[in-house]
Design a protein around this ligand. Structure first.
Ligand code: ADP
Length: 160
């Protein structure tokens, strides 16, 4: 099975990496696809997010990093992916994720969405909370790999 794991990854955290690692052990190929959303300017540029993702997933041989814009269903079809993978942290993720899964299924009935439950230790972790902590000078080394921590420090240093 070839699956796509789409998201913002702004920036990638240990929560994402955990989902990538565990999914890659279950599928033949996993495409991690960064959404290029021109109407939602992220903290990191698309290129920066891709560089970080490539670096922190380089040990996983069946994981490919890519980006997409437009409809996820079109992208998945183009890439030959038959499944979408999304991570579920808490009940709060569920409503939105379920809605997206149902809409995507309606658009392309052959495309299935699989939910991967977050590991307990990362159930509270999000890119936004990591950015908030880092912005105020907090230590984020238990949330993100060193290269991401450095990138966050540089990003917020420049803004002050
Ligand atoms: P999006 O903006 O598409 O939600 P994110 O980068 O925030 O993009 O998340 C991408 C996917 O990873 C989503 O399915 C999200 O639920 C999941 N995810 C994010 N953080 C975690 C985490 N700590 N544990 C499990 N899944 C996570």
């Amino acid at each position: 099975m070839k699956a796509v794991y789409p998201g913002s990854f702004d920036p990638v955290t240990y929560g994402h990496i955990d989902i990538i690692k565990r999914t890659s052990e279950k599928v033949e190929t996993l495409v991690v696809a960064v959404l290029n959303n021109p109407s939602k300017k992220g903290t990191f540029s698309l290129e920066e997010r891709i560089v970080l993702l490539k670096e922190v997933t380089k040990e996983f041989e069946n994981v490919e990093i890519d980006s997409f814009d437009g409809l996820l269903t079109d992208y998945a079809y183009k890439k030959g992916c038959t499944s979408i993978v999304r991570g579920l942290r808490a009940v709060s993720d569920f409503e939105y994720e379920m809605q997206m899964a149902l809409v995507n299924k309606k658009i392309n009935n052959n495309l299935e969405t699989f939910f991967m439950a977050s590991s307990t230790k990362y159930g509270y972790l999000s890119s936004s909370i990591v950015k908030e902590v880092s912005m105020f000078g907090g230590n984020v080394s238990c949330f993100v790999p060193e290269i991401v921590e450095e990138a966050l420090k540089n990003k917020f240093k420049r803004r002050i």
